[in-house]
Design a protein around this ligand. Structure first.
Ligand code: NI
Length: 171
């Protein structure tokens, strides 16, 4: 099933997701499958459950956008346990379509998470993967990439979105 993506303005995007305590259930496997499918349709490299209206600490990442199954990553209850360096590159979000801004992030991060059966693992990423790991973990903490921008930039984007909402172009 392909879920519609929740957009900026929906309070679910600004809530901390609930910790997952049940693993390896048919419901969880189906949700993960649907999240990958919904992400690929939107050509995203990452998707967090709050972005489909589900406030739980679950995210999926695939920096190959469906080209390489080995790149598929399921992150449940992820925490960043190590970060190094700084890097500024352009970033966007499926929940904030049409906008891209330079964001300063750690250059290398290690995330500790659980997989679909509840096994704890660690993954270290750099470049695009490091960015996706930070971006998706933020989502599960109720944080959008906009919160990393200057107040001025953020206000400009907010105003543009408000105008789109008024015109009915932001659904
Ligand atoms: Ni996002």
């Amino acid at each position: 099933m392909i879920y519609p993506i929740v957009k900026f303005g929906d309070p679910v995007l600004e809530q901390r997701g609930a910790t997952v305590t049940e693993f390896d259930t048919p419901e969880l496997h189906k949700l993960l499958e649907d999240m990958f499918e919904s992400m690929y349709v939107s050509k995203g490299v990452g998707l967090a459950a709050p972005q489909i209206g589900i406030s739980r600490r679950i995210a999926v990442i695939d920096i190959s956008v469906g080209e390489d199954p080995a790149q598929k990553l399921v992150l449940i209850n992820p925490e960043i346990v190590h970060s190094e360096g700084k890097l500024v590159t352009e970033e966007g979000c499926l929940s904030v379509p049409g906008f891209r801004e330079p964001v300063k992030r750690s250059a290398v991060v290690t995330v500790r998470a659980q997989n679909a059966v509840g096994k704890t693992f660690e993954v270290t990423g750099e470049e695009l993967l490091a960015r996706a790991l930070q971006h998706e973990t933020d989502h599960l903490n109720g944080k959008l990439y906009l919160s990393h921008l200057s107040v001025l930039k953020r206000d400009i984007i907010r105003r543009r979105i408000r105008r789109l909402q008024k015109e009915g172009e932001w659904k």
